[in-house]
Design a binder for this molecule. Structure first.
Ligand code: ADP
Length: 345
């Protein structure tokens, strides 16, 4: 069985979901970072409340684990509304969406994750719902076909996607607010870890927090997950306090290096450098070589490698940069400098 990746984007199990739930900010004041997005939302919320209308439909895009679901929760809480969640792949038929929409109460927030995977038939159905708060339902077919308009309660749709490029233009145009979530700075990740440490009553040293922030791939979900792993390690091998030594040891077990990369990241870079001579290589080819889903590479692995400048995207494919060679201890141009064993701390 493949080893679980600690940097995986999605929450993995019930326990992790519970942990996520505990740490998820409930209000704008609870949130860390995201200043630009929170400013947009604060204004939109205030304006909506003054007009006694639901907030505008909002599209959030960016890599997983950066806070899209959290923002949806915060908006619903701030509006004093209910949050209903679903996802693109779960809404296979118009009837699935119809059931959800007709049950929404005035002002409710509907969060659709992976909205780029909404089937075309469902997507068309969502347009009048977003624009005029009604659904057009066709009954019967052929000569007897009839369209029934069903009014809906005004609601806010929050769409989340890791692939803004796959959202169709008509759907995108119906979102009044659109925002791209960026990877977090180490400073904000540090604040996130300290907040989580405080909430979970974990004692920690500041240099341990600094190390964990550096190894969290710019992603608060990863930071929280690493904290959990280090907490376990410190409980078993130390006295419960998260020291730098404990953090280093736990990260070594997880095979996470000083840049936050794990085995799959390094395999991606190695494959690009050794099999494809540094690139350019197509994502399909890399996925086949690594035996991974293309989506995993595009959604989870690549964005961070692009962000830290280890990979560049060209028109003919992905290319490993000099920094990537250096990180793996390889000579730029593909020849090894050392024995190729990249160091973990
Ligand atoms: P996404 O929906 O983009 O995959 P989530 O909203 O589930 O990401 O965020 C992952 C975790 O990161 C949350 O459980 C929460 O603990 C933390 N998080 C996200 N945004 C914030 C924030 N603004 N402040 C503090 N913690 C946050």
């Amino acid at each position: 069985m493949a080893r679980e990746r600690i940097i995986d984007a999605e929450a993995r199990d019930v326990q992790e979901e519970r942990y996520d739930l505990t740490l998820r900010p409930q209000s704008i004041d609870d949130c860390i970072g995201q200043e630009k997005l929170l400013e947009k939302i604060t204004i939109a919320l205030q304006a909506a409340k003054q007009r006694n209308e639901p907030m505008e439909h909002t599209l959030l895009h960016g890599p997983p684990g950066l806070g899209k679901t959290t923002v949806a929760h915060v908006i619903a809480n701030e509006m004093g509304a209910n949050l209903k969640t679903s996802s693109g792949p779960a809404l296979t038929r118009p009837g699935d969406l119809m059931g959800i929409l007709t049950n929404l109460q005035r002002g409710d927030v509907l969060f659709i994750d992976e909205i780029h995977r909404l089937p075309a038939v469902v997507e068309e159905f969502i347009y009048p719902a977003m624009e005029d708060f009604r659904v057009d339902f066709t009954v019967d077919s052929g000569m007897h076909a009839k369209t029934i308009n069903i009014p809906l309660q005004p609601f806010t749709l929050i769409g989340a996607t890791t692939r803004a490029g796959l959202i169709t233009a008509p759907l995108r145009a119906r979102f009044g607010i659109q925002h791209h979530l960026e990877f977090w700075s180490q400073e904000h990740l540090g604040q996130c870890l300290e907040r989580a440490g405080g909430m979970l009553k974990i004692a920690y040293d500041s240099d341990a927090v600094a190390l964990l922030s550096k190894c969290s791939r710019g992603t608060p979900r990863v930071a929280n997950r690493l904290l959990r792993r280090v907490r376990d390690y410190a409980q078993v091998h130390g006295e419960g306090k998260i020291t730098k030594e404990m953090a280093c040891a736990a990260l070594r077990i997880e095979e996470i290096d000083e840049t936050g990369l794990d085995n799959l990241d390094r395999m991606f870079l190695r494959s690009l450098i050794e099999t494809y001579n540094g690139g350019p290589a197509g994502i399909e080819a890399l996925a086949a070589t690594l035996g991974q889903e293309r989506d995993t590479l595009e959604d989870v692995v690549e964005p961070y490698l692009l962000q830290i400048g280890f990979v560049a995207r060209t028109r003919s494919g992905r290319v490993a940069t000099e920094a990537a060679y250096k990180h793996l201890g390889l000579k730029y141009g593909g020849r090894k400098q050392s024995d190729g064993q990249e160091s973990l701390f």
